[in-house]
Design a protein around this ligand. Structure first.
Ligand code: ADP
Ligand code: ZN
Length: 432
């Protein structure tokens, strides 16, 4: 079902006009109200009045995550703080978090975006939606919640974890839709099988999965094991949370809600806008957001977009599933992790050298992170008991910093391969 027929199927020329008007309005707004943007526009030699159509967007400066952090916490606010009714921050724990502050209209916008997303996979008023995304600062939980309420589904805010209860609820409440990370859905499937649940007999019909990379192979596995249709949904905190782009019933590429979030693909080295079909860094401009609008935000996600018409009738451009990142960010059980964070902990720890490697794997459908780090000669000659104690100590420090558990393995001095160029810090064995 198409939730918002007028906008989701708008003829492309009309859509371009709308985007041009909205871009002009948002450029004026941030120029007048956000000193950060006024300074950027001025330094870039561009004025809001230079924007006459959506094509003029290329004249505007980019916004980066680092810049957002520099003006933490309220530096991007385009309205009085008293108009903000909710705040979320990114899960990224490298330095200050980035902030998304929502006005009432922004929460409505988010609900609309997620209503479109859920409708694309056929969810509606009659659905019982078990929302197993985490509730809290993480945008997954509340984003899916607002969307479910908007379409009138029965939302069960069970949040993530407690798999036994997830299975009980799937059975007892007859949930027809499931929202969580793709890896967690497989975990639920496995746990259910062990409990002897026959998913064929459950009313569960569809699932909306995102917040981490997955693949068509994984989709096939999820659909087969849970006996459902599985849809990819995409979003990021800075832009709104989940609900920026999603798969329609064709399950082939994700429509970007470009009347709200205007996408561009750029060459990450030169900043040049790339033509349709070419792979590059995804950039978003929020065309209607009130609280913290963003101009040309560089996501560091890599994909391509296409304007090929879609059989579903929606006219919005489509993007391929994410194809990678321009940085070395890992997503471990839905949490963003950077090798540099691990390094910061290791350089402060005693008894280890800054030679380390992150081994990422997926066991029983759960991501696991092992940090291998070299001991000093001194520690190496110590008792095993003492070495194990050190491992536990560093594990604890890493948990505090990364917010996700990792296993630390202290290895012999000089046993991690040295590289002549960029050190190979990550060994990702996940086959997803
Ligand atoms: P969230 O965890 O709500 O997705 P974050 O802001 O913490 O929000 O992380 C956003 C990042 O998560 C995106 O930039 C992207 O790298 C990744 N991500 C989100 N959805 C997907 C998806 N469907 N497929 C692959 N990666 C995704
Ligand atoms: Zn479509």
């Amino acid at each position: 079902m198409i939730w918002d027929k007028k906008y989701e199927t708008m003829p492309r020329s009309e859509l371009a006009d709308l985007q041009g008007q909205r871009l002009r309005a948002i450029a004026e707004k941030v120029y007048d109200r956000v000193p950060f943007y006024k300074a950027k526009f001025d330094a870039h030699g561009v004025k809001p009045s230079d924007i006459r159509s959506i094509a003029d967007i290329a004249a505007l400066p980019f916004t980066t995550k680092d810049e957002m952090r520099d003006v933490y916490p309220y530096g991007l606010l385009a309205c009085p703080l008293s108009d903000i009714i909710e705040i979320h921050t990114s899960s990224g724990t490298t330095g200050k978090p980035v902030v998304d502050a929502y006005t009432r209209a922004d929460i409505d916008l988010w609900g609309e975006s997620m209503a479109r997303t859920l409708s694309m996979g056929g969810a509606g008023k009659d659905d019982i939606l078990q929302n197993a995304y985490g509730y809290g600062l993480f945008t997954g939980g509340l984003g899916a919640h607002y969307g479910a309420q908007r379409i009138g589904a029965t939302c069960i805010p069970i949040s993530g974890g407690n798999t036994k209860r997830q299975l009980d609820f799937l059975r007892d409440f007859g949930s027809t839709a499931l929202t969580c990370t793709p890896s967690y859905s497989l975990y639920i499937a496995e746990a259910g099988r062990e409990e002897g649940i026959d998913f064929e007999k459950l009313p569960l019909k569809r699932g909306f999965f995102g917040a981490e990379p997955w693949s068509d192979n994984m989709r096939a596995e999820i659909e087969e094991k849970l006996k459902i249709k599985a849809y990819d949904i995409f979003g990021l905190t800075e832009i709104i949370g989940p609900g920026v782009a999603a798969e329609c019933e064709c399950q082939n590429l994700l429509h970007v809600f470009e009347d709200y979030y205007y996408p561009e693909i750029i060459n990450p080295d030169t900043g040049a806008v790339l033509p349709e079909g070419e792979k590059g860094e995804l950039v978003f401009t929020t065309l209607t957001k009130e609280g913290t609008p963003l101009i040309r935000y560089r996501t560091r996600d890599i994909t391509y977009i296409t304007r090929d018409p879609c059989p579903c009738g929606r006219t919005h451009v489509k993007m391929h599933r994410l194809l990678g990142r321009t940085d070395d960010m890992l997503i471990i059980r839905g949490v963003n992790v950077f090798p540099s964070q691990v390094e910061q902990v290791l350089v402060k720890a005693e008894g280890v050298e800054p030679h380390y490697q992150l081994i990422v794997d997926r066991r029983d459908n759960m991501d696991c992170l092992e940090v291998q780090v070299e001991m000093t000669e001194n520690l190496f000659s110590d008792e095993l008991k003492y070495i194990e104690q050190k491992e536990k100590e560093i594990e604890h420090q890493l948990k505090e910093s990364l917010l996700v558990h990792s296993r630390v393995k202290l290895v012999e001095p000089k046993s991690i391969a040295r590289s002549e160029g960029k050190a190979k810090r990550i060994v990702d064995k996940r086959n997803i």
